[in-house]
Write a protein that binds this ligand. Structure first.
Ligand code: AMP
Ligand code: MG
Length: 497
């Protein structure tokens, strides 16, 4: 092990109930699918594991180095509104926490590495499709500038997993600032111990929101600040998703990170034709997690998080305890309600930038809403509609919007509103925030099919390269820009559990 590689295990040492020590189950014939060299370098992962046999055996869970201290983490969660106290890492194992040469702490986790004490009836495995999907989409999100978990490696196991049909198995090595979720806080609350709840909240503050320690003396004010900080991070994250047409698909409380990262890529998808009611996920029959519902669902989840903090947000020596509790509930409610304003501010900032205006431009909000209405009515591709605004010539955008009267009127108003910005500068600004390339569903599906049917990784590698620079329009990737044709269209996604 190189001297600069530091690993620790801090979270699992907080309390016994927070995790269970358990090892990955070996697989029969591991093979590399992908290895993220630049991430490995950022983490300071010893080169002995970079695409080597030792690395393959590590990421397959067959042979762990002595720095690994494998544990599965416990958590609960509201799934589609229904509380399940017993979730936890059912198919994931935390190998260790890595402290990078820059002093940043990351979890290194294997996903699909076999049964754990939290597997319930599941096999603890992943099929190759969801592994490739998470690898591509999470890395694309990172390069798009969205806070997210990362993909360090993917390996095929050589074993089959039984889903609707038998499928080849695979394991994803995932890196996250932490895997602490709203559902983790719900689990800790259920332990009925103020001391454990405090230790959990203090840990969250120390690991993810250390500025709170400087701003607030120890005591309940810190937990108000924690709630406020988590709400702010989520408001920003969801606005960012919306600004890219990203639909998470399963925003259950166990799939919402307390750090503000996008986590647990399941049936997620990027919208093509703009439709605020868009749903892809096969399991989301009611449209609970439809595109336009995402902010409201995030707020609902944050209310669940606020509930977990209530016991420690009240001074325990208050002279009138009942009044103090009522005051706490009022403060927490106000903070959760405050999500809407924060979200609106971020939304306004991101979407105004997408049309080249600052959020306080008097026309910005109206122009954004009008454009979205035209897109909804004409079923226009979300990504290209914004991308083509950055073209010097209006040809591509006029073609996209079929020269309709409503579009031409909007276009005139927009040219007028942006007239004070020199054209070159405007184009540059627009192209810096409106991606040319997103991981479109049909591209991912084709890639997965190619890997499964032919064993070729060519398309997988190509997509990784293309999505690493999503804001650059490059001729060699021109075929990846358009939306799916009618015959290519993917209308339903599956979580792959
Ligand atoms: P998800 O909807 O993928 O976030 O998963 C919800 C819960 O089910 C989590 O506790 C997962 O660990 C667990 N789970 C999902 N798939 C499996 C599987 N194949 N085996 C065991 N547990 C699983
Ligand atoms: Mg999950």
């Amino acid at each position: 092990m190189s001297a600069s590689f530091t690993t620790e295990l801090s979270y699992c040492q907080l309390a016994n109930e927070f995790s269970t020590s358990c090892s990955p189950s070996p697989v029969s014939a591991p093979q590399w699918l992908a290895f993220n060299q630049s991430l490995a370098a950022e983490l300071g992962l010893p080169e002995a594991f970079w695409g080597t046999e030792a690395g393959l055996q590590l990421f397959a869970g067959n042979q762990l180095p002595d720095w690994a201290q494998p544990h599965a983490l416990a958590y609960s969660g509201h799934q589609f509104g229904h509380f399940n106290p017993h979730l936890g890492d059912g198919r994931a194992i935390l190998l260790t926490e890595i402290v990078t040469p820059e002093g940043q702490r990351f979890d290194l986790q294997l996903k699909g590495s076999g049964r754990t004490p939290y597997s319930r009836r599941g096999d603890g495995r992943s099929a190759i499709g969801p592994v490739i999907r998470e690898y591509l989409v999470s890395e694309a999100m990172h390069h798009l500038g969205v806070p997210t978990t990362r993909a360090l490696a993917a390996v095929a196991t050589g074993d089959w997993v039984q889903r609707e049909q038998a499928q080849p198995g695979a394991i994803l090595a995932r890196v996250a600032r932490s895997h602490l979720r709203v559902g983790t806080a719900q689990y800790v609350l259920n332990l009925n111990s103020a001391a454990k709840l405090k230790s959990f909240a203090d840990y969250l503050i120390e690991r993810h929101y250390p500025e709170i320690i400087l701003q607030h003396a120890p005591g309940f004010a810190r937990y108000d600040a924690l709630l406020s900080a988590v709400i702010d991070k989520q408001a920003q994250l969801i606005a960012r998703w919306m600004s890219l047409g990203f639909i998470h698909g399963v925003m259950n409380t166990d799939n919402m990170s307390l750090v503000g990262d996008t986590i647990d890529y399941g049936p997620c998808a990027f919208m093509e034709a703009y439709n605020e009611h868009q749903v892809f996920s096969f399991i989301d029959k009611q449209g609970r997690y439809a595109y336009a519902n995402q902010p409201a669902m995030a707020q609902w989840n944050l209310a669940r998080f606020a509930e977990t903090l209530l016991p420690i947000m009240t001074a325990n020596d208050a002279p009138e305890p009942e009044a103090a509790i009522a005051a706490t509930i009022e403060r927490a409610t106000e903070l959760v309600m405050g999500f809407s304003d924060k979200y609106q501010q971020y939304y306004q900032a991101y979407f105004s930038a997408k049309i080249g205006l600052s959020a306080d431009h008097p026309e910005a909000s109206k122009l954004v809403q009008q454009l979205l209405a035209i897109m909804q009515q004409q079923h226009i591709d979300f990504t290209l509609a914004f991308r083509y605004l950055g073209d010097a010539e209006p040809k591509r955008r006029n073609h996209l919007f079929s020269d309709s009267a409503s579009w031409l009127t909007w276009h005139q108003q927009w040219l007028h509103a942006t007239a004070s910005t020199p054209t070159h500068q405007l184009q540059r600004q627009l192209n810096e925030v409106n991606p040319a390339l997103i991981p479109r569903n049909h591209l991912i599906e084709d890639c997965i099919n190619e890997v499964i049917k032919t064993g070729s990784l060519a398309q997988f590698v190509r997509l990784q390269q293309a999505f690493a620079q999503p804001y650059q329009e490059r001729a060699e990737y021109a075929d990846l820009m358009p939306p799916a044709t009618a015959s290519q269209q993917v209308t339903t996604t599956f979580c792959g559990t």
